[in-house]
Design a protein around this ligand. Structure first.
Ligand code: SAH
Length: 409
């Protein structure tokens, strides 16, 4: 195996279990004999050593400023049962937290660095796991990952791989980026679109991993949706950026008087309507609208409409650090529009899933929004990503979802 030798003192963050080696920390690279090229190949397993020869761990080599993502600390080779053990450890966490039951078969099984598996995301939907690789190393290990998932997770029979949007776009990648890695042949192919339901807290969702966004569903809002259910009774609710209608279904179950769901994507609106019809076949108090959020809020305001409870869960406004300033302006604008339309005594659930926008910056943007429309606002809850999206304490970069629940006078 190729060995990466660090500069003096650059081993310290690895000893504290931070899983990345930056390219600037590398003193030299000792290629193993099999190499023809002058550098390691993207995705290959490498061993990392300190300047004085101490073994620090094994990880995937990457091209870019993060040069190695560590899979196992303190070893010079991965054990043969590595994938099964690591996936089992991840599954046991979800099981022990009560996330796996006949009322809930929808959960994130692997959350990258948060499960000591940098570059890997796995979401489980009933009998199907959807795998996303964010590194070439994980792409090369996809078959071993898929096998470990079906071995470990009793409910999973199919593993679908969906990495066309997540792999580094410059890398030369061999093999398919999309398709089933394991497929139970008894399942008809027509099922994908029409007959598949996954259960979250007793509500059933149609999940389209083939054409849907990300792995097909936003598992990360489960606990926050449950909080909406608690506050929904008798309220007129507006769910902005609704996607599959997660918040809408919980609001309906919580006894909302009326729920309006809005998304710019017609496919999303079709999913919301299918999900509402399936869970609440008699509901007459739900409306779904295909519209741009900013235009919709402006039009509703001009029409004099108000709401008791609004949910704002936009896509990441900042995908990179250099987009943060514009993103904050976007958060401020959309929150100001929402706060204006909330009746006195109403509630706003507002979120940011931009990793580059931290809690404080987001709170400041919402503060500016509240101040700009002159309403008295108090914070009732500070929300974040749920327990199946754990944040590795040595890798705070894994924190991305934050939310505020506001009481608007
Ligand atoms: N709240 C959802 C997840 C939201 S993801 C849930 O609980 O599952 C963000 C959604 O915003 C996507 O469905 C996307 O189609 C939608 N979107 C993106 N830009 C938009 C815009 N300008 N107006 C309305 N919706 C938009």
């Amino acid at each position: 195996m190729t060995t990466i030798i660090l500069k003096p003192h650059k081993e310290e963050s690895l000893k504290r279990f931070h899983p990345w080696v930056f390219s600037g920390a590398i003193a030299r690279i000792v290629l193993d004999a099999a190499h023809k090229a002058a550098a390691p190949e993207e995705g290959e397993l490498v061993c990392v050593e300190s300047a004085n020869g101490e073994t620090l761990g094994v990880g995937h080599w990457q091209v870019g400023s993060i040069a190695v993502r560590i899979l196992e600390f303190g070893v010079s080779a991965l054990p043969a049962d590595f994938w099964e053990k690591r996936i089992r450890a991840a599954y046991q966490v979800r099981e022990s937290l009560g996330l796996v039951s006949n009322l809930n078969d929808t959960f994130r099984l692997v959350h990258g660095e948060g499960d000591w598996l940098p570059g890997l995301i796995v979401d489980v939907y009933a009998d199907t796991a959807v795998v996303q690789a964010h590194s070439v190393g994980m792409h090369l290990c996809r078959k071993a990952v898929a096998e470990a998932i079906v071995t470990v997770v009793p409910q999973v029979e199919n593993v679908y791989y969906k990495s066309d949007d997540t792999l580094p776009f410059k890398a030369a990648i061999e093999g398919e980026k999309v398709g089933y890695l394991i497929r139970n042949t008894d399942i008809p192919s027509s099922r994908d679109a029409e007959e598949f339901w996954s259960t979250e807290n007793g509500l059933e969702f149609r999940i389209d991993w083939l054409k849907g966004q990300k792995t097909g569903f936003f598992v990360d809002q489960r606990e926050n949706r449950a909080l909406v259910e608690r506050y929904a009774a008798g309220k007129e609710v507006l769910n902005m950026f609704c996607y599959t209608g997660g918040f809408s279904l919980y609001a309906l179950r919580g006894g909302a008087k009326r729920v309006d769901s809005v998304d710019v994507s017609q496919k999303a609106i079709d999913l919301v309507n299918a999900n509402v019809a399936h869970n609440f076949p008699k509901a007459k108090n739900h409306t779904a609208v295909t519209a741009d959020a900013f235009e919709y809020l402006t039009a509703q305001k001009n029409a004099g409409r108000t709401f008791d409870l609004i949910i704002l869960d936009p896509p990441a406004f900042a995908k990179h650090r250099d987009a943060v300033k514009n993103a904050l302006r976007g958060y401020q604008r959309i929150n100001a529009k929402a706060i204006e339309m909330i009746r006195p005594g109403g509630i706003l659930f507002t979120f940011s899933c931009s990793q580059a926008v931290d809690k404080e910056a987001f709170r400041l943007a919402v503060f500016s929004a509240a101040a700009s429309v002159g309403r008295k606002v108090r914070i009732l809850h500070q929300l974040h990503q749920p327990q199946d999206h754990p944040i590795n304490i040595y890798h705070p970069e894994g924190e991305y979802l934050k939310g505020l629940v506001l009481y608007i006078e």
